[in-house]
Write a protein that binds this ligand. Structure first.
Ligand code: IVH
Length: 669
């Protein structure tokens, strides 16, 4: 490519990717598939790697790469970052509203209410539309410089959308959070990697943002919602609702659930709506924030030293209750990691009956010193598993059960539980432990994995117990007769289940890789591996060093992946899956530059010297691409033995046809 063309293409790709980021992260309505996005992203990465002179700090590729810091610098806030006073009842809310009324004198206040996000507040500074500095709240006056970490947060734009004329300088504030779904996945991955689980999304977000190595932050699913600017008048805004409408136009994500309120009754109605909705939200909210909408009114109301007089947090009722621990059990996950769980006297926590609570991990259990018979405070938030917050110690002298000791053997299969190296977590290392097999099947069938509908816990338990399924590949050999022998399975259910199993046979490489439950490989890593390797065969053949060359794949992941594929059980599993009809197309990776650049090949019939995969790889290595069907855009059809209709079509369209020999000569084999 000519240098002008490179510059133009880089510029276009940045624009396109920034646009798609915006649609995806801010508007929440993507218009291209992840695979298409990845292809564009990789094209840009590739160009920037080859032409480093055109790298730019606001390129969509420039999110990771900063070296670990030894400490965080400090950042004085040009306006203090205040905290909020709390109210807990409608009466207290009314008192607040009346107080503000008095402060405003004659003018009628106009209000706006927003969910109060339970994360940590940060400040972002944009100069000439470019993200230049990000900091934590700190003590409100001076925060910590976490710019490199915030750059890795996908919903923090590296530059504002120029087309919307953002201000020359913008100091904007908001909350860094981890969504509940992302939190669950993150914890699953941590547990499978032998790391201690996070207690809740807030802790996970805080721990992730305050990492000296931005690479670690980048691997965590942080998200942001903006809700404040330091000097709103200076950017030409009069009200909070205008602010919340214009921020997304500038590229900044806001929580759409805000509501302008004319009266205290409107505020109460919003509060009640949010209380009703809170469990269904994908993030933790611990109340609503009620603010004066007009900035001019805020100035009149004024502020105390640490909190404004014009805003208040109306907290939700705590989702907590007191109950008794009946027993402490340990659960064995798919990777063998054991997690302690408190079995509780069932108790209603804001309308939901809770009978189990997570104790997260052994250390946490020891720290909280939870014992059988203890009275405990349990808390739930959304769909996240309820947790034991604390033990209510009995009066002095009153007896208490013995401290809990983790079992030495697996409660499911009796194998010894071991700690590997530095790991905090104990594991059952028996690959055929029924609990592990069950959990791996449930994981395999999961929505983001093979997506087998109707394969629930009870069913999987029976399948494993009866020896009908010993490995995930056995699912594809199940028959209606076998299913009908299970409890609670009738004709209809068996038929539906077989249909969804059959449907799951056609899958994608990222899904398959995630479904296999490779240690350290979550959805994101699975997609990375698929995109880089292109095919399972190629991935299986990669060395740990090659794997580590994939951007985003560190030494732990690469050795875990290589170890998984070196097991004979893995090879057998893959073979059985293929034999039983599971298929996935290769991922088309970004073509390399080479003599076949821009040329598309389609294969038909069998080659004798190499497999289709090998032939495809040979084409890709020379810069060509492989298509699956013949069209006017096809450059060559390679016809092996017993060619199919593609050959006929190629003849009809006048596409060049190569026999095996000609093909081998072309690719130099
Ligand atoms: S406004 C001066 N709006 O709550 C008021 N804060 O307890 C500026 N928070 O430090 C904050 N959601 O971290 C505002 N929608 C929201 C919020 C929110 C969460 C946090 C923020 C603040 C803390 C005060």
């Amino acid at each position: 490519m000519h240098s002008d063309q490179v510059v133009r293409r880089i510029h276009d790709l940045r624009q396109i990717l920034t646009d798609h980021n915006y649609r995806y992260y801010v508007l929440d309505s993507p218009t291209i598939s992840d695979a298409e996005y990845d292809a564009l992203f990789r094209e840009l990465m590739d160009l920037e790697r080859r032409f480093p002179q055109f790298q730019a700090p606001d390129s969509p590729t420039a999110r990771v790469g900063a070296a670990p810091a030894s400490t965080f610098g400090s950042v004085p806030h040009e306006m203090p970052m205040l905290s909020l006073d709390n109210v807990f009842s409608d009466e207290e809310l009314t008192e607040f509203v009346d107080r503000v009324r008095r402060l405003l004198g004659d003018v009628e206040p106009s209000w706006i209410a927003e969910p109060k996000l339970d994360g940590l507040s940060v400040e972002l500074v944009y100069e000439d539309g470019v993200f230049v500095r990000g900091s934590t709240r700190g003590d409100g006056m001076v925060g910590e410089d976490v710019t490199a970490n915030l750059r890795t947060v996908r919903s923090v734009p590296l530059r504002l959308r120029r087309e919307a004329n953002p201000p020359q300088r913008l100091v904007v504030r908001g909350e860094i959070i981890i969504g509940r779904g992302a939190f669950r996945r993150l914890n699953d991955e941590r547990i499978s990697a032998g790391e201690p689980a996070f207690a809740n999304p807030r802790n996970a977000a805080a721990g992730s943002l305050r990492q000296l190595d931005p690479g670690i932050t980048a691997s965590r699913p942080l998200d942001i919602f903006l809700y404040d600017v330091a000097k709103p008048e200076s950017v030409g805004l009069a009200t909070q609702h205008e602010l919340l409408e214009i921020l997304p136009e500038w590229g900044l994500k806001v929580n759409p659930l805000f509501r302008p309120c004319g009266s205290v009754n409107d505020i109460r109605a919003f509060y009640r709506d949010m209380v009703a909705q809170r469990d269904g939200l994908d993030y933790d909210a611990d109340g609503i924030v009620v603010k004066l909408d007009r900035f001019a009114q805020r100035a009149v109301a004024g502020q105390r030293s640490r909190s404004p007089r014009w805003a208040i947090a109306y907290k939700f009722p705590a989702q907590e209750a007191i109950t008794v621990v009946r027993d402490i059990a340990v659960y064995v996950g798919r990777t063998g990691a054991v997690t302690p769980v408190a079995l509780l006297e069932p108790v209603s926590v804001s309308g939901v009956v809770v009978s189990r609570a997570s104790l997260h991990n052994e250390e946490e259990l020891r720290r909280k010193d939870v014992r059988v018979g203890d009275r405990v405070v349990v808390r739930r938030a959304g769909e996240v598993i309820p947790e034991v917050v604390t033990v209510i110690l009995p009066d002095e002298g009153a007896p208490r059960g013995p401290a809990f000791a983790m079992p030495e053997t697996c409660p499911m299969c009796g194998s010894g539980l071991v700690r590997r190296g530095e790991e905090v977590v104990r594991r059952c290392l028996n690959e055929s432990c029924p609990s592990r097999v069950q959990e791996s099947i449930l994981h395999f069938a999961g929505r983001n994995a093979m997506d087998i509908d109707g394969l629930g816990e009870r069913l999987v338990e029976q399948l494993v117990e009866r020896g009908l399924v010993r490995d995930v590949s056995d699912l594809y050999a199940l028959t209606a007769e076998q299913l009908l022998t299970l409890e609670l399975v009738g004709d209809k259910k068996a038929e539906n289940l077989l249909r969804s199993i059959a449907r799951s046979r056609q899958t994608t490489l990222p899904r398959l890789l995630f479904a296999l439950g490779i240690p350290q490989v979550g959805e994101v890593t699975a997609a990375l591996l698929a995109a880089e390797a292109g095919s399972l065969e190629r991935l299986m053949g990669m060395t740990p060093e090659e794997l580590q060359g994939i951007p985003g794949v560190g030494p732990e992941v690469s050795s875990a992946v290589a170890a998984y594929f070196s097991l004979s059980a893995t090879a057998e599993r893959v073979c059985r899956l293929k034999d039983r009809g599971v298929t996935w197309p290769d991922v088309i990776t970004k073509p390399l530059e080479g003599p076949l650049s821009g040329k598309t090949f389609v294969f038909t019939g069998a080659l004798s010297a190499m497999s289709r995969e090998q032939a495809g790889a040979a084409v890709a290595e020379l810069g060509g691409t492989v298509g699956s069907s013949v069209s006017g855009k096809t450059d060559y059809v390679v016809a092996g033995a017993d060619p199919g209709s593609k050959l006929t079509k190629a003849r009809k369209l006048g596409v060049a046809i190569l026999d095996e020999e000609a093909f081998l000569a072309l690719v130099g084999r």
